[in-house]
Design a protein around this ligand. Structure first.
Ligand SMILES: Nc1nc2c(ncn2[C@@H]2O[C@H](COP(=O)(O)OP(=O)(O)OP(=O)(O)O)[C@@H](O)[C@H]2O)c(=O)[nH]1
Ligand SMILES: [Mg+2]
Length: 284
């Protein structure tokens, strides 16, 4: 088997610590995929053109595909000879966006870990701005649709309401976590390995950022605005199931955060975050 073709055993979701001598790279970017065969060649090309000048030989792209029936993993694997920084993971026994990202990070060799959608809805060039924020010292750099420079392109009113409703629900259940982020629903971010290393992660569903912000040791967060693009190829996988899983995820986190955090769900930090976020809702 090609050594770049990864299989990671299932188990506890621990990201290895930074001190490992195997960590040779600066940056590992995960592209979770399901049924994205038409998007993969383009996004790999764009990301390579973007990152090669900034991090020559010091980064990797890891496609984590859940055995897509359209053969996304095969298409990605065929690209590997042309892109030495590309690795492909095919998962056959597990499914789910968040766990795919963590699987990718478990296999990653970079000190900085990131995630980007593979369907080109996250503008790739924003990655360099996120990277700059990490270079300046942030533990977590998040692409946000709800700050200056951010937005969504052609979302229906129903989808906007669902997205905002999900955010408000999250603020009510986990204010000390979601209050720190203007766009906790974002799936576009970079985090220092040290901030999540050896933290047990057990995300459910789509919202991996919520899991990282809740369980990571995140001191400094920076946000960069981005406009969520419309899909040009392939189909969305979002269904009602993701909203149910999101609620399940919030409750699971609420129950498992430390007793101190549990005692003050509406503590000063969280409450100020709620106020700021509510203000942002009505302002946007
Ligand atoms: N490995 C893996 N990737 C997934 C899974 N579900 C979605 N993805 C990928 O995660 C990214 C985001 O999924 P989308 O379905 O596009 O969700 P979205 O961008 O939030 O919503 P849309 O605007 O409706 O497309 C894409 O790259 C998907 O291919 C999954 O179960 N496993
Ligand atoms: Mg999408």
């Amino acid at each position: 088997m090609n050594p770049n073709f990864l299989t990671v055993p299932t188990g506890v979701f621990l990201v290895p610590p930074t001190t490992s001598s195997e960590l040779l790279l600066q940056f590992s970017l995960i592209l979770p995929t399901y049924q994205e065969r038409d998007n993969i060649p383009k996004i790999v090309q764009i990301l390579t053109d973007l990152l090669d000048p900034v991090l020559p030989g010091a980064y990797e792209l890891i496609v984590v595909d859940d055995d897509s029936p359209d053969g996304t993993w095969q298409v990605a694997a065929q690209l590997m000879p042309a892109y030495p920084q590309l690795q492909v993971m095919r998962r056959q026994t597990e499914k789910g966006l968040s766990t795919a990202v963590i699987r990718g990070w478990q296999a990653a060799r970079g000190n900085i870990l990131g995630v980007i959608d593979a369907d080109l809805q996250h503008p790739p060039q924003v990655l360099l701005d996120l990277w700059q924020e990490i270079v300046r010292g942030a533990d977590l750099a998040v692409g946000s649709r709800h700050i200056e420079g951010g937005g969504v392109s052609e979302w229906s009113l129903a989808r906007r309401c669902l997205s905002r409703g999900a955010q408000i629900l999250g603020l009510l259940i986990l204010p000390e976590v979601l209050g720190r982020l203007s766009d906790p629903m974002s799936g576009y971010f970079i985090v220092r390995r040290g901030a999540i290393a050896q933290q047990i992660m057990s995300p459910v569903g789509y919202k991996i950022l919520v899991e990282v912000a809740a369980r990571g040791r995140i001191r400094w967060i920076r946000e960069v605005g981005y406009v969520f693009q419309e899909r040009a190829r392939g189909e969305s996988k979002v269904t009602w199931k993701q909203y149910v899983e999101y609620l399940q995820h919030l409750i699971q986190l609420r129950c498992s955060l430390s007793p101190m955090q549990r005692l003050m769900p509406l503590g000063i930090l969280g409450l100020s975050g709620v106020v700021i976020n509510m203000a942002a809702f009505y302002g946007s």
